[in-house]
Design a protein around this ligand. Structure first.
Ligand SMILES: [Zn+2]
Length: 217
C-alpha cells in the first residue's frame, strides 16, 4: 500500500518535473507528444474537439497548441512545428479547422481592397517587423491573408504541406480534422460527405462571390 506521505512526495516530484519539462528537451515532451495547429476562432473548443487538455493550464499540458486565423500552415506555424518536433519530443501533428470559419466569410481580394482604401501601403508591409528579410513578392498580399474557398479542401492541403515539408521528418504522424461548429462534432475532412450540405464548408455557402487568390488550389 502506498502511504499518503509517498503519494504527496510523488505528486510534488511530478509537478516539479511538469514545471521544468522544457529544460529536458526531447526527454520532457508534452503529455501526448503532440503539436496542434488550430483556428483561433473563439467557438472552436480545441480540448473538447480532440478530447485532450491543451488549454487547461495547471495539470493540463497535453499538447503544444498553435492557433492562427484558419489554423493554416504559415511560416510561423512551420517554425513552431519545427521546434517542437525536432527538439521537444513531439511525434504527432493534428490540424483542426472548422465550419463557419471567418476565413470563408470574405474574398481575400476584397479584404486587400478594403485595406488599400484605408490608405495602407500594402506594397511595403513588414511581414515580420523583427525579420525584414522576410517579405512578400509584389502582388502576393491577398494570397498571404489565406482566405479559404473550402475548409475541407484547405485542411487536406495543409496536411499535405506538413507531410512534404523538409523540416518535418517523415515518421511524424499527421492528421487533419473538421469541427462542425453547428453540431459540436468532429469529422474527417471530406469533399463529398452529405453532412457538408447542412454545414458551411465553403466560402460560396457563406455568400462569398468569386474564387479566392490561388493559395490552396
Ligand atoms: Zn476559423
Amino acid at each position: 500500500m502506498t502511504t499518503l506521505k509517498e503519494q504527496l512526495e510523488n505528486r510534488i516530484e511530478a509537478t516539479t518535473r511538469w514545471e521544468n519539462r522544457r529544460q529536458y528537451a526531447a526527454d520532457g515532451p508534452n503529455m501526448k507528444n503532440l503539436w496542434v495547429l488550430a483556428c483561433m476562432d473563439e467557438r472552436l473548443p480545441v480540448d473538447e474537439a480532440l478530447g485532450i487538455r491543451a488549454d487547461t493550464p495547471v495539470g493540463g499540458g497535453d499538447a503544444h497548441l498553435f492557433r492562427n486565423a484558419g489554423g493554416i500552415v504559415t511560416d510561423d506555424a512551420i517554425r513552431s512545428a519545427m521546434l517542437t518536433i525536432n527538439f521537444f519530443g513531439t511525434q504527432e501533428i493534428v490540424v483542426l479547422q472548422h465550419t463557419g470559419c471567418g476565413m470563408l466569410s470574405a474574398n481575400g481580394n476584397d479584404l486587400e481592397a478594403a485595406l488599400r482604401n484605408k490608405g495602407i501601403d500594402l506594397d511595403n508591409i513588414p511581414i515580420d517587423p523583427s525579420l525584414p528579410e522576410l517579405s512578400l513578392a509584389d502582388g502576393a498580399f491577398a494570397k498571404w491573408i489565406g482566405m479559404m474557398d473550402d475548409v475541407d479542401e484547405t485542411c487536406i492541403k495543409c496536411v499535405e504541406q506538413l507531410r512534404n515539408h523538409p523540416l518535418i521528418p517523415d515518421d511524424i504522424i499527421i492528421s487533419g480534422w473538421i469541427w462542425e461548429t453547428e453540431f459540436r462534432r468532429l469529422r474527417a475532412p471530406d469533399l463529398t460527405a452529405a453532412t457538408r450540405a447542412v454545414s458551411q464548408p465553403t466560402a460560396e455557402s457563406m455568400g462569398v462571390k468569386g474564387k479566392q487568390p490561388p493559395r490552396w488550389s
